[in-house]
Design a binder for this molecule. Structure first.
Ligand SMILES: C[S@@+](CC[C@H](N)C(=O)[O-])C[C@H]1O[C@@H](n2cnc3c(N)ncnc32)[C@H](O)[C@@H]1O
Length: 363
């Protein structure tokens, strides 16, 4: 009798769980229906300059102050602000002494200010640009007919596109610089020892040189060589301690004590990664040289990662599917394969407080 009532109780619990899941799904499905709205409104906030205006004002701003500073329609702006406040992107401060309420920063809106160390504005503007959004409409083509979505949308790959479209190239380089400002401090804090004894460092696919600029500022004994496509380095700003060199990493890489690759290998297939890594291995001394790789390591099939940034790695893997021809985020097993095939004798993995880890590979 007791046993039967236990079974009845379990059945009721299962049904309740199903009902709970059903109720949750009824709400959550709207996230997938209108998920793009959050990105679009945040892009709009950056374009209007809302976070910059509040920062320049030096404190909370009322709707009328914001709309006159930004030359915006107060009624449109009030609806946009209502949305942004709902998602805690800005905070609304209640009126005091019979005045009107005002809007102030939150930690998220501070990341939308254009010229601060933690700004993500340029990365958001790149990912929400028409050029980068168009390939998403062709994501299924990748699975069905193995056609690269970016190629299907634009007829060329992202690097050939950027080589002839200066404005888009600047968008990419500014966005990458954003990422570098977030990651370089985490590398220096998390594993400064990887730079011990490194007198010269070549940043392979270094973009506009932001990474090296930050590394050389923190570690001034290092001589930096920023290596990227000629179209990228020809417009890169000069920086003390950093020499810009143009070239193609499939042909050769400038010589240095160590080669550094951040967010580069995930753009390419295993075979292409092996080619790039071989060129890097040839560019550093056989006895005491190293290649420092800064890339995501996704959890493998043996277990989900409980790291709070794992969802970002999985999202970036989809971004690689949309925006590159054969790029992907890799598991440890996949990194082991490319590193061994490229001829490295051993490697260390160093987790840092970032989406990426540092892989130190030795010739
Ligand atoms: C995703 S970005 C990473 C930029 C930078 N490492 C960072 O993390 O900020 C990849 C870089 O690889 C460069 N690149 C692409 N193909 C290249 C090639 N064949 N030779 C040299 N650089 C190349 C691109 O111009 C771009 O700057």
């Amino acid at each position: 009798m007791e046993r039967q009532s236990e079974i009845g109780e379990t059945k009721r619990q299962v049904k309740t769980r199903e009902e709970e899941e059903e109720e949750k799904a009824e709400v959550e499905i709207w996230e997938y229906t209108f998920g793009f709205v959050k990105m679009a409104v945040v892009k709009c906030a950056i374009e209007l300059g809302i976070a910059d205006a509040i920062e320049n004002h030096g404190g909370p701003m009322t709707l009328s102050e914001l709309s006159s500073t930004l030359s915006c329609s107060p009624s449109s702006l009030s609806r946009i602000m209502r949305f942004l406040v709902h998602y805690r992107i800005f905070r609304e401060v209640p009126p005091s002494h019979g005045g009107t309420s005002a809007f102030e920063h939150t930690p998220i809106s501070r990341r939308l200010i254009s010229h601060v160390q933690t700004s993500m504005a340029a990365l958001i503007l790149l990912e929400s640009s028409p050029v980068m959004l168009a390939p998403w409409h062709n994501l299924s083509a990748h699975a069905l007919i193995d056609r690269a979505p970016f190629m299907a949308a634009h007829g060329k790959d992202v690097w050939d596109y950027a080589a002839v479209d200066g404005a888009h190239s600047k968008l990419i380089n500014d966005a990458m610089a954003c990422g570098a400002r977030a990651t370089v401090p985490a590398i220096i804090e998390g594993c400064p020892e990887v730079f011990d004894g490194v007198g010269s460092l070549v940043d392979v696919g270094g973009g506009n040189g932001t990474t090296l600029r930050l590394l050389v500022q923190a570690l001034p004994s290092i001589k930096g060589i920023n290596f990227d496509l000629p179209s990228v380095v020809s417009v890169a700003e000069d920086c003390d301690g950093v020499e810009h060199v143009g070239g193609d990493f499939f042909n050769s890489v400038p010589e240095a004590d160590a080669a550094f690759l951040m967010w580069v290998l995930h753009d390419w297939s295993d075979e292409e990664c092996i080619q790039i890594l071989k060129k890097c291995r040839e560019a550093v001394p056989k006895d005491k040289g190293k290649v420092i790789i800064v890339e995501a390591i996704v959890a493998d099939e043996h277990g989900a990662s409980h790291d709070k940034l794992e969802f970002v790695r999985l999202m970036i893997d989809m971004v690689m599917m949309a925006h590159t021809t054969n790029g992907k985020e890799r598991t440890l097993k996949e990194w082991d394969y490319v590193l061994k095939q490229a001829g490295f004798s051993r490697y260390n993995i160093k987790p840092i407080k970032a989406v990426q880890s540092v892989i130190e590979a030795f010739p």
